[in-house]
Design a protein around this ligand. Structure first.
Ligand code: AMP
Length: 282
């Protein structure tokens, strides 16, 4: 496994691989890897000759009062986990290299970036789409894999790839959860044992909502208030948003149907967590 920190070196390697007609699978991450990340690596590994994983905590997708500085990092552990998944290359650049001054260009996906997480984190998705574009131009993948844990992000990236004609297949992987249902996230590390318990309210309220929908309660307002009530019962939980939207357009729906996304952002103490469920076949 190679660790490449230099952009030009990564581009040269990608060019060589492409010349040898090798396909490149790519999983972009911010590190502090867990089973969620590894599941995406396995998808890319099974479909491509070469697997590249990037580890880069991207400053431009964090707001001024967010957790960029304290975001968990552990490169040694990440390296071991990547080795275990037969990763060929870890691309591990510095922020100085990624954003050499002056850095004036950016990529924005309108509308889809403005709702849900985009409304509570202004500029977040512009940071994401800009860094993903840069990573695509550096790693030159044939396939890139993103997690449905960040469902809105995956929708935005698919739209970006289509609109800007990236010659890259975008695939998604399902949400990987802890045994008790909590969606895996690098940010779970911030939770105290008590908060860790309270955090279960995200997945539990979504499971309840799904059951309720399957039982015939398809009115979005009703389900919204059911979720709200469940979350409010948990200590130290404050709701950022509950969205009941179309799974493609991310526009709110009144009546829950096949392919409706129910997505949540909830603060547990100081830690903002997200989770979602896609309603299927009702
Ligand atoms: P991050 O390191 O949090 O930026 O995540 C990198 C990639 O892993 C993104 O495509 C995420 O959606 C994905 N991811 C994070 N957590 C999970 C999870 N629990 N299950 C599946 N994919 C995940």
């Amino acid at each position: 496994m190679q660790i490449i920190k230099d952009i030009k070196e990564m581009q040269k390697l990608a060019d060589n691989l492409r010349q040898q007609r090798k396909t490149i699978g790519f999983v972009p991450t911010m590190g502090f890897l867990h089973e969620g990340h590894l599941s995406l690596m396995r998808i890319a590994r099974s479909k491509c000759d070469m697997l590249v994983v990037s580890i880069f905590v991207n400053p431009t997708q964090f707001g001024p009062n967010e957790d960029f500085n304290k975001y968990p990092r552990n490169f040694e552990q990440d390296e071991k986990l990547c080795q275990g998944e037969n990763v060929d290359v870890i691309f591990y650049p510095t922020k100085e290299m990624m954003y050499s001054e002056p850095h004036l260009a950016s990529v924005n996906v309108e509308k889809l970036s403005e709702t849900m997480c985009g409304a509570s984190r202004p500029g977040h998705f512009q940071g994401v789409t800009t860094v993903v574009t840069k990573l695509f131009n550096i790693v030159k993948p044939h396939l890139a894999v993103f997690g449905e844990k960040d469902y809105q992000q995956a929708v935005i990236i698919k739209q970006m790839a289509k609109d800007l004609n990236f010659d890259i297949e975008i695939q998604t992987g399902t949400i990987i959860r802890e045994e008790d249902g909590l969606a895996m996230s690098s940010r779970n590390k911030y939770l105290s044992p008590k908060e860790r318990e309270n955090a279960l309210v995200l997945s539990q309220s979504l499971q309840l909502a799904e059951k309720s929908v399957q039982a015939g309660n398809t009115d979005a307002k009703f389900i919204h208030s059911q979720i709200e009530e469940t979350i409010q019962q948990a200590e130290s939980a404050s709701i950022d948003y509950i969205a009941i939207v179309d799974g493609e357009t991310l526009q709110p729906v009144d009546d829950i149907r096949d392919n409706t996304l129910i997505a949540l952002a909830v603060k547990i103490g100081k830690t903002r967590l997200i989770d979602n469920i896609l309603i299927r076949k009702i």
